[in-house]
Design a binder for this molecule. Structure first.
Ligand code: IMP
Ligand code: MG
Length: 181
């Protein structure tokens, strides 16, 4: 791995992330009062966010996991979403809450919202993303629940990887562009 841990600068600390997640969860608890929710975690990137978020939710909740990929080992999207594993139960009549790490171009979000829209008549479908990177957006997707706006940096940590590494960091950081291929 050519990017060392010491090369990664902190953008959001563990404390900032956890505080913001509690705020988002509070919004969701108010929004879904009395309703059941089926949360769909988009692996691998959203794993940390999803796990920490659902622990703060107080409604009857089911959790599903799907795996999509668009980046491969590069730091820019290939533009094509690959549904590595998209097996889902019957979502008809359910409140579906998609949980993502980051919306960048929005192609992944659009793919998933179209997939759910084509296959199920849900009671509601909402999209939550910890991070919102608007600068390269190619769709009109806006997350319904969102943690932080970010600029054009390639982010690493707390689920977000650089070439498969550093998902385990408790913080979200970035490395200088010159270090990234
Ligand atoms: P989109 O399809 O371009 O919106 O990208 C969505 C996916 O690309 C996210 O779910 C992430 O897994 C990945 N991604 C986008 N930006 C970053 C980043 O800055 N660091 C790591 N992964 C990213
Ligand atoms: Mg992702």
């Amino acid at each position: 791995m050519d990017v060392k841990l010491s090369d990664i600068k902190v953008l959001f600390t563990e404390e900032q992330i956890q505080n913001r997640i509690k705020e988002i969860a509070h919004e969701m608890n108010e929004f879904y009062t009395g309703e059941e929710v089926c949360a769909i975690c988009v692996l691998k990137g959203a794993v940390m966010f999803a796990v920490d978020l659902v622990k703060e939710l107080d409604m009857p909740l089911q959790m599903e996991f799907i795996r999509l990929s668009s980046y491969g080992s590069s730091t820019t999207t290939s533009g094509k979403v690959n549904a590595v594993d998209i097996k889902l139960p019957d979502l008809n009549g359910k409140n579906v809450l998609i949980i993502e790490d980051i919306v960048d171009t929005g192609l992944t979000a659009k793919f998933l919202l179209d997939f759910i829209g084509c296959n199920f008549k849900t009671k509601s479908t909402k999209f939550a993303s910890l991070l919102d990177k608007k600068i390269f957006r190619q769709t009109d997707i806006e997350p319904d629940f969102m943690g932080f706006h970010v600029d054009d940096k390639f982010l690493i940590g707390y689920g977000l990887d650089y070439d498969g590494y550093y998902r385990n960091l408790k913080f979200i950081g970035y490395a200088d562009k010159s270090l990234l291929e």
